[in-house]
Design a protein around this ligand. Structure first.
Ligand SMILES: [Cu+2]
Length: 121
């Protein structure tokens, strides 16, 4: 009798552990250093949000496009869709949602070497 109870307990503990493992718990984040994005590319699902985290001590102005040049990209979050850019002061974080499948390039008008590719499936 005691043995059965112990077996049941072990079973439910294992089930809890499996549930709490958290497969989808990692939130997509793009971190800005002084002159680059980490990681430089990211694949997400339609409707997912990406946290843009400027943990550097430099201001970044993000737009869609490449090589520091703004280029309109249909379907990208509207915050990136203007030539003046989305301003990230040092220490600023913003969350942007990608609702339309596609491949989006994001660059910084101050640091043209910064290029991020976000693929939305
Ligand atoms: Cu920058």
């Amino acid at each position: 009798m005691k043995k059965i109870a112990a077996t049941l307990l072990m079973g439910s503990l294992l089930a809890l552990a499996a549930c709490g493992g958290g497969n989808s718990s990692s939130k997509p984040t793009v971190t800005m250093t002084g002159d680059s994005f980490i990681p430089p590319s990211l694949t997400i699902n339609k409707g997912q949000s990406v946290t843009f985290d400027n943990s550097s001590d430099t201001t970044h102005l993000l737009v869609t496009g490449m090589n520091g040049q703004y280029q309109p990209e249909a379907g990208a979050p509207s915050d990136f869709e203007n030539s003046s850019g989305l301003k990230f002061s040092p220490g600023t974080k913003m969350v942007e949602t990608f609702n339309t499948p596609g491949t989006y390039k994001i660059t910084c008008t101050i640091h043209p070497t910064m290029e991020e590719t976000i693929t939305v499936k």
